[in-house]
Design a protein around this ligand. Structure first.
Ligand code: FBP
Length: 549
């Protein structure tokens, strides 16, 4: 396969490792844990994996380790660094015993159920070192939650003599990893399950997990693009750019990109919800800034919009909930031919308030709200063009103001959606190092016979040598939440905290960023050069750790 010079150079990059992971390693057990909430319920559901101690990996004596076969699964959306978790796993396993084998289940969790796999040999692994993407084995969104699926997993693990499965995924996939660990312990089949924190959305984090991998690279890619657009806007001085950013639920990506690029507007879904804002309130907020800038002769700007915002507007949330209930397994709707027929049907079934809102939406957006759900029954927010909706509504309002003589500017807008541009980017040094360390960590947790744990690497704002590796019991991160009408144990999703340091920093500066041009042009990710340019973690992480960026 032909490669670019950067691809070749990155193939030879040696990820930086925490000191504790460089030589022989011992597992040090900490205090027993409790779940973050609903202790009684979680304990009853996870009798074997509840209350386990926090683990830390420290330097140890050399010890003989028997060969062990491990299976790995990539679950959910792509995130830069996934390949390096697998490379770390492979190198870690081979270092402990050269006869150990690593198998990759193909296409996500369905590979385990359908027994689709490949052996990941040194030849395969070397092709993927420090590369973006999940193409080494592919990913998928099949949910591992039923016992027949778990039993199919036992079958293939027994056939391949696999003693441990590593699931690289987000909050839902790691919740399911714990359910699987518990089931295998209960069955006494001797298969361990270890999770790894992945998602560009950055919403899998807590007191133990400082960040999910991929967030760093994805945000840096989007921030570069936003910076480029801002420079264009500031050069041509004639366009507003509405930029929607991935992040299915939480607004961490939009917030981080705002901190990195200082746009004129950035909406934060969690704030919209907390302030109980309507779509019109949001439009008014944007319009006020556009009018104010135009009075200063600035008929251009940038607005960042988190893709999940639609579900945080209370009235929209209600509408979407009604649509979800109405469309679940609805054969009659699925059989309908024309969009118009579907629209009439939906209008007839909604509550009066939701019907009013549905009717007020541009037809295209209303149609997008009724498109196929994901396997979890959720609206696929990445398919809803909120940025176009806002442009349309803002333009209408500005035209009205113009008619009333309250706006004299010119509004010409472009829309963008940044998501897929960053999910498979070549991992930054931070993600390359972090992911490789996560893979090595998972190996040691397996060698120590642990199960129901998520691999963790902490102290991430310090140089990599000082990072702390270990394991956190997945049950510790769980609480009970309502899903599809039923109370379920799940890992708590981390939304943007309005009293957290990153949001507070943003809130303290946004008015200035709105009125004047304070744009930052971050430029592309740098892989080689001074550490302050190449190895910096996200601004979010720095602020959360009380540090300056
Ligand atoms: P994960 O939560 O699985 O990591 O995926 C996150 C994400 O990238 C979201 O930001 C986005 O809404 C979604 O995946 C899109 O997924 P898909 O490409 O499967 O539609």
């Amino acid at each position: 396969m032909q490669k670019s010079p950067l691809q070749i150079a990155r193939g030879n990059y040696q990820p930086k490792l925490p000191v504790a992971l460089k030589g022989n390693v011992r597992v040090k057990e900490g205090a027993a844990t409790e779940s973050v909430a609903d202790q009684k319920e979680i304990k009853a559901l996870f009798p074997h994996t509840y209350g386990l101690p926090i683990l830390e990996l420290v330097s140890g004596e050399e010890a003989a380790c028997p060969a062990v076969n491990v299976g790995v699964i990539l679950s959910g959306g792509q995130a830069p660094g996934g390949h390096n978790v697998i490379c770390g796993l492979f190198d870690g396993l081979k270092k402990l015993n050269k006869d150990s084998k690593l198998y990759g289940f193909l296409g996500g969790p369905s590979g385990l159920i359908e027994h689709q796999y490949i052996e990941l040999t040194a030849e395969v692994i070397d092709e993927y070192r420090n590369t973006g993407g999940f193409d080494i084995i592919g990913s998928g969104r099949t949910k591992l939650e039923e016992t027949w699926q778990f039993d199919k997993g036992i079958e293939i693990c027994q056939k391949l003599n696999i003693k441990a499965i590593v699931i690289i995924g987000g909050d839902d996939s790691n919740t399911n990893a714990c359910v699987l660990a518990e089931y295998y312990l209960q069955k006494g089949c001797g298969i361990q399950v270890i999770g790894c924190p992945k998602t560009i959305d950055g919403d899998l984090k807590n007191s133990m997990i400082e960040t999910s991998f991929g967030f760093d690279t994805a945000c840096k890619v989007y921030s570069e693009l936003i910076g480029n657009i801002q420079r264009d806007a500031n050069s041509a001085k004639k366009y507003w750019h509405f930029i929607r950013l991935m992040g299915r639920s939480a607004s961490h990506i939009a917030l981080e990109c705002a901190l990195q690029s200082q746009p004129n507007i950035c909406l934060i879904s969690e704030e919209v919800e907390a302030k109980n804002q309507t779509l019109n309130d949001i439009v008014d907020y944007i319009v006020n800034i556009i009018v104010e800038r135009s009075e200063a002769g600035l008929n251009f700007g940038t607005a960042l919009i988190p893709e999940g915002i639609i579900e945080f507007i209370p009235a929209m949330k209600r509408l979407i909930r009604e649509l979800n209930d109405m469309l679940a397994n609805n054969e009659e709707f699925a059989q309908m031919g024309t969009d118009d027929e579907k629209r009439q049907y939906v209008k007839g079934m909604l509550s009066p308030e939701s019907r009013e809102l549905y009717r007020s939406l541009p037809k295209g957006i209303a149609r997008q709200l009724t498109m196929d759900r994901d396997p979890h029954g959720n609206v696929q927010v990445s398919l809803i063009e909120t940025e176009k909706l806002l442009i349309e509504m803002v333009a209408k309002k500005l035209a009205m103001l113009k008619g009333e003589g309250k706006y004299k500017g010119k509004f010409s807008a472009h829309n963008h959606f940044f998501g897929y541009e960053g999910r498979c980017a070549t991992p930054s040094n931070f993600d390359a190092d972090y992911c490789y360390a996560l893979g090595i960590t998972a190996t040691h947790l397996i060698a120590a016979g642990k199960t129901g744990y998520m691999a963790l690497v902490r102290n991430l704002t310090a140089p990599a040598a000082e990072w702390i590796a270990g394991g956190v019991p997945i049950t510790m991160m769980m609480n009970m939440e309502k899903r599809n009408g039923k109370m379920k144990p799940v890992i708590q999703k981390a939304l943007v905290e309005l009293d957290g340091a990153p949001f507070k920093y943003f809130a303290a500066h946004r008015d200035k960023w709105a009125k004047t041009n304070q744009y930052i042009y971050p430029g592309p990710i740098q892989y080689y050069g001074p550490s302050e340019v190449c190895d910096q973690p996200t601004h979010t992480l720095m602020l959360e750790k009380g540090k300056k960026f």
